[in-house]
Write a protein that binds this ligand. Structure first.
Ligand SMILES: [Zn+2]
Length: 342
């Protein structure tokens, strides 16, 4: 089969379009004929190499996958060949205390498709049956592939970790990113007031289309000053962080007393300072979040099927042009997801 493979870490040009062997499935797995694979910042980290994370080489990246079931293992009972499918990205052991509690994102053996195991930038990918999600019929393969990782991550951050309440004020950093645009929609769905930031007025106009109530251009405006103005100096109840060093100080300074900051990433760097006097006197909560439980993704898929949450596709590239797609994602000019069509 054709696949995007890298044999060493580095810039986008390490991504090669090559012939590789088709994956062999185990009894509890399915083989999926990939139709679309959406990119995430995770793909960029995996390609560049992460210190202390020995990613097996050669490697096929790609975590967000839609397609059709091509083959099923002997023990598979819930899906059939030919059925359209979206794959949950997180592959966990299914047996440990965390997994049986439904907290598979706490499984110590968990990894993503395309992270420590081969992913969906290929004609075929293998995945456990339990990772097969119902396909929202009205969606194109590109739209379907744009859902799992960002919506699952944003849902877990806002609902499970920050416990967002109706009527609360939330600051969503990086509204143009996949996870930011998902967060705006989920926060609106739960009745929060959303302040969104982005680096261009064009992106902010789109953030407004998807429900943002107030907009901050972080290139021309100071985030903390604008948040103070919009909230009458009170600050926000929740900050949705994934940007890291570049926005951290503003994010902390934007919190109301008792506010919660939840973060899932550090796109611009992971060095951050916290003034402990500020942390305890204002009774702030700093919350880390990683992926989400499969059950949360099932809820997300229901809401997508009902048209309540919408995947946002920015641009589609053919699989063979994965290097160009990575470079485009790295440029940060997208609003929503960058997707490879297989
Ligand atoms: Zn487990």
């Amino acid at each position: 089969m054709k696949a995007i493979v890298f044999h060493k870490h580095g810039e986008p040009d390490v991504l090669k379009f090559e012939d590789v062997a088709e994956p062999t499935i185990r009894p509890n797995e399915v083989l999926v004929r990939v139709k679309a694979c959406a990119l995430n910042h995770l793909d960029l980290w995996v390609r560049r190499g992460i210190p202390g994370v020995p990613i097996p080489l050669p490697h096929i990246p790609g975590s967000d996958i839609s397609g059709e079931i091509a083959q099923i293992g002997a023990d598979v009972t819930t899906v059939r060949v030919g059925q359209k499918v979206v794959l949950a990205p997180l592959v966990s052991c299914g047996k440990c205390t965390a997994c049986v509690a439904g907290l598979d994102n706490h499984c110590r053996q968990a990894t993503n498709l395309g992270y420590m195991i081969d992913g969906g930038c290929a004609e075929f990918v293998r995945a456990p049956e339990v990772n097969c999600l119902p396909y929202p019929e009205r969606l194109t393969f590109e739209e379907a592939a744009s859902i799992p990782l960002v919506f699952q991550t944003a849902w877990h951050m806002l609902i499970a970790r920050a416990e967002l309440q109706p009527g609360e004020d939330i600051l969503v950093l990086g509204a143009g990113s996949g996870v930011g645009s998902a967060a705006i929609q989920i926060a609106k769905f739960f009745g929060a007031r959303v302040i969104a930031t982005a680096g261009s007025d064009e992106k902010l106009a789109k953030a407004k289309e998807f429900g943002a109530d107030h907009l901050i251009n972080h290139k021309t405006q100071k985030i903390r000053d604008e948040v103070r103005r919009i909230t009458n100096k009170r600050g926000v109840d929740v900050v949705f962080e994934h940007v890291g060093t570049a926005t951290w100080d503003d994010s902390l300074a934007s919190l109301a007393s008792g506010g919660r900051l939840v973060t899932c990433g550090a796109t611009t760097g992971y060095d951050a300072k916290v003034d402990l006097r500020f942390l305890f006197s204002r009774q702030l909560s700093l919350l880390g979040s990683y992926m989400g439980a499969k059950s949360e993704l099932h809820t997300v898929m229901k809401l997508v099927a009902a048209g309540r949450l919408k995947p946002i596709v920015d641009r589609v590239f053919p699989l063979a042009e994965a290097a160009a797609a990575h470079a485009y994602l790295e440029s940060g000019s997208q609003f929503g997801k960058v997707v490879l069509r297989v």
